[in-house]
Design a protein around this ligand. Structure first.
Ligand code: ZN
Ligand code: ZN
Length: 96
């Protein structure tokens, strides 16, 4: 019987390149996405923002259709363009 401690090494080795990239994005709080020319930052303000994924084909993955529907959602934002994505739309478009 094994000691049960061999699994961890295997797990670490399974980290794909995109996982490392995602960790790097999280560390810098700069999320590069394919649907916007600038990287987005996780933003805590909850001021009735709307997910700009609603304008994309298929709409917002969290079903946001207008302002004031995003209370409590994670917000990924480009300040200079006033561009916001929810967590699902950001994850879908991450440039990994
Ligand atoms: Zn969205
Ligand atoms: Zn921008």
């Amino acid at each position: 019987m094994g000691c049960g401690c061999g699994g961890l090494a295997g797990l670490t080795g399974a980290f794909a390149e995109k996982d490392l990239k995602l960790l790097d994005m999280a560390r810098k709080n700069e999320y590069a996405v394919s649907c916007h020319p600038h990287s987005l930052k996780l933003n805590g303000s909850d001021n009735g923002w709307a997910c700009d994924g609603r304008k994309a084909e298929g709409g917002c993955l969290n079903k946001c259709t207008d302002f004031h529907q995003t209370k409590g959602w994670a917000r990924y934002r480009c300040d200079q363009c006033d561009y916001d994505l929810c967590d699902k739309c950001c994850a879908k478009n991450l440039a990994l």
